[in-house]
Design a protein. Structure first.
Length: 117
């Protein structure tokens, strides 16, 4: 019995809630500033790469809800609406950015995008 409990803890701790994945957002232009309107739902941080293009950000879903990410580039501002629930994270569609799921980089994956009305 003592051996079963640690094994179950390892198995259940590695299960992933699909609504709370991490994402990489890449902009076509260098990013001056990036922030989330509600850090309790989604946090976003700039990510510097080796070539230092300053166009990569990491998005971390923290809890369920709706919020918006604001990305300020050198010449405009990009607003991305995000809805997080227990099953998935939905991003509003935008042609100026690319979104990749960090947890699924080894297989083809497209995040759920919602067209603006």
């Amino acid at each position: 019995m003592k051996k079963i409990i640690p094994i179950l803890l390892i198995l259940f701790s590695s299960l992933q809630a699909y609504g709370f994945e991490d994402y990489i957002i890449m902009s076509e232009k260098p990013v001056k500033n990036v922030y989330s309107k509600d850090e309790n739902i989604v946090s976003v941080l700039p990510f510097l790469t080796i070539d230092n293009n300053k166009n990569t950000m990491i998005v971390k879903s923290k809890s369920e809800g709706s919020t918006e990410i604001v990305i300020e580039t050198l010449d405009n501002t990009i607003n991305i609406k995000i809805e997080v629930d227990e099953k998935e994270t939905i991003f509003s569609e935008n042609d100026e950015i690319s979104i990749y799921a960090l947890d699924f980089l080894d297989e083809p994956f497209k995040p759920t995008l919602r067209e603006e009305k």
